[in-house]
Design a protein around this ligand. Structure first.
Ligand code: ACO
Ligand code: ZN
Length: 544
């Protein structure tokens, strides 16, 4: 998290004065887009194959040590094969091994759509996002960390429900298999609401300013144009008609590249991970300044300071529906607070790869988690949720801002989403596809919650030696976790066994040890007593 703290110095564009510049005479070495070459990773001498996504030449004046007046520094924007796009970056030519250059990859049409190999994550990214080694290793670690063998059974719970039936309905995610569930699930449910005639409109940023000057308004409207056409790419296909953000059609070259260098949000300076359709003029500044309360974007520190003297907000708009100690949740209606919702989506897109932002916020609610101090309520993360979901999605997009990641807030947001589902009397599941980090976090949450529920069932059993019966539906109803996710989690943990004609859940020592380890780490929890909320039946309303 160190890197997210404000550095003492302004960040620079990734041009390095210390890198040798290529003169014109070296132009034979110029690589075109699509070529693949070994590129040295940032930290360490290791070379990995990377695809060239873009190239730019920066003129170097003799005074800056570049030699000839007409020499230039060549930078390449590269995507490391088998790594998440988070690692994509501009590299100087000296990091490329030109002896290992390979021609552009030819892929059969449609092959890049959703990749499910090792990682098992439906990418929805087209060719831009091959299954990543990083994902695989991270997932691998998660799997082995929680995975359990069937020996040393210390606790047995019988399953009355037919797992085999459910198994038939659940795509391969058996004990031995990787987590393919979400990928296949996603495939099954592609475009299910296409004929639902949901109103679609590209986010209109022009009307989003709290106190927008004419200049800002025109810059803002450029965002839509800037991403849709200014790059000269083909017109974007219509978005998926469901979900928080439509799928990312990143055949579009511009959208495959990070466009914002840094953002400053409250106390933090954060390096974005992915493209987000901010106004094009903001892609040219070294840092985009966000008001941490209304999330409006500004092109300079001065503009931000001027804005802060006028901005009245000290917490997200909408209702505070949860408060415990210094943590609060606010519920924001995407129709009533369009500007805020759109600003939030723009910010979120910087860290969400597999979604793109061409969507009306009206059909969504946003649940923003804040840490409160004497100054105000500071955003930590959020999730969005469709007001009505035909697929039982209880989360559309979920994000914890990088400075707050890996502290348990992701699980807290997930827990909160299931508490809302419980109050609605429904079971729910996150919208697919999940990102690599989304899958890890959900798996961790599901595993813990289900083992907790099983232990609770076992504790309340009348006879200790007589294993209690439990159905998949019982577990699903207790936890609000959708059946499919209950089954895939039990299978993933390798807890389900077929024994003397019945399915039994065997809580192995390993599973229980792993459970108490993670449970010990999980300090922040949702206290349902602090939640004041009643679900609305949106289907009964004329409009959202
Ligand atoms: N590497 C390995 N494990 C990780 C990582 C990581 N980078 N990040 C989280 N985890 C693990 C944690 O160890 C923990 O597991 P454990 O309890 O078994 O130890 C689990 O994931 C959850 O950790 P949290 O600290 O609760 O999660 P965090 O606050 O980091 O938030 C989130 C997780 C929301 C996915 C965050 O990583 C994020 O915002 N990522 C970018 C956006 C994204 O990908 N969102 C999900 C998209 S899918 C969808 O929107 C439906
Ligand atoms: Zn503001």
């Amino acid at each position: 998290t160190q890197q997210h703290q404000k550095p003492a110095q302004q960040p620079h564009l990734p041009t390095s004065v210390s890198t040798p510049s290529l003169g014109r005479s070296d132009s034979l070495l110029l690589l075109s887009e699509g070529f693949v070459a070994p590129v040295r990773l940032k930290n360490g001498g290791e070379y990995r194959l990377a695809e060239i996504l873009s190239r730019r030449e920066i003129p170097v004046s003799p005074s800056s040590g570049g030699g000839n007046a007409d020499s230039s520094l060549v930078m390449y924007y590269v995507h490391f094969e088998d790594f998440n796009k988070r690692l994509d970056e501009w590299v100087s030519a000296d990091r490329i091994d030109f002896t290992g250059v390979q021609p552009p990859r030819v892929r059969p049409p449609g092959s890049g759509g959703s990749v499910s190999g090792g990682g098992g994550i439906a990418g929805g990214n087209g060719m831009a996002n091959p299954v990543s080694g990083e994902r695989r290793s991270v997932l691998g670690a998660a799997e082995t960390g929680v995975g359990a063998t069937s020996t040393a059974a210390s606790s047995v719970v019988g399953v009355a429900d037919s797992v085999s039936n459910s198994r038939a309905g659940t795509p391969d995610s058996t004990a031995s298999g990787g987590p393919h569930h979400h990928h296949n699930h996603h495939q099954q449910h592609q475009h299910p609401l296409l004929n639902k005639k949901r109103p679609y409109s590209a986010i209109c940023l022009a009307d989003s300013g709290v106190d927008q000057s004419e200049d800002e308004a025109s810059a803002a409207s450029a965002a839509v144009v800037g991403t849709a056409s200014a790059n000269g790419g083909p017109p974007l296909p219509p978005p998926r008609q469901t979900g928080s953000m439509a799928h990312n059609h990143d055949d579009n070259k511009v959208m495959r590249m990070k466009n914002i260098e840094w953002i400053e949000l409250g106390r933090y300076r954060i390096k974005p991970w992915y493209f987000s359709p901010y106004p094009v003029e903001l892609t040219k500044v070294a840092c985009v300044y966000l008001c941490e309360f209304c999330l409006k974007y500004l092109k300079s520190d001065t503009c931000l300071r001027r804005h802060l003297t006028k901005c009245q907000l000290r917490h997200p708009p909408g209702n505070e529906i949860y408060r415990r100690q210094n943590l609060s949740f606010f519920e924001i209606d995407g129709r009533k607070n369009k500007a805020y919702s759109q600003h939030l989506c723009l910010l979120a897109k910087l860290f969400l790869d597999h979604k793109t932002l061409y969507y009306d916020t009206d059909p969504f609610l946003f649940y923003v988690l804040c840490e409160t101090d004497s100054v105000g309520c500071h955003i930590v993360g959020y999730f969005s949720k469709e007001k009505e979901s035909a697929e039982d999605f209880n989360v559309a997009c979920i994000l914890v801002l990088p400075p707050f990641q890996r502290k348990g807030y992701g699980k807290l947001l997930i827990e909160f989403s299931y508490e809302l589902s419980k109050l609605e009397g429904e079971t729910g599941s996150p919208e697919k596809p999940l990102s690599d980090l989304g899958l890890i976090s959900y798996r961790a949450y599901w595993s813990q919650t289900l083992i907790d529920a099983l232990l609770e069932i076992k504790r309340s059993a009348p006879n200790e030696n007589d294993p209690p019966s439990v159905t998949i539906n019982d577990l699903s109803e207790r936890t609000a976790i959708k059946r499919e996710d209950v089954i895939s989690t039990l299978q993933h943990l390798n807890l389900v066994h077929y024994y003397k004609g019945v399915y039994v859940i065997v809580l192995t020592k390993e599973a229980l040890d792993a459970h108490s380890r993670t449970q010990g780490k999980r300090r922040i929890r949702i206290d349902p007593k602090c939640l004041q909320w009643q679900g609305k039946d949106w289907s009964k309303r004329g409009r959202w």
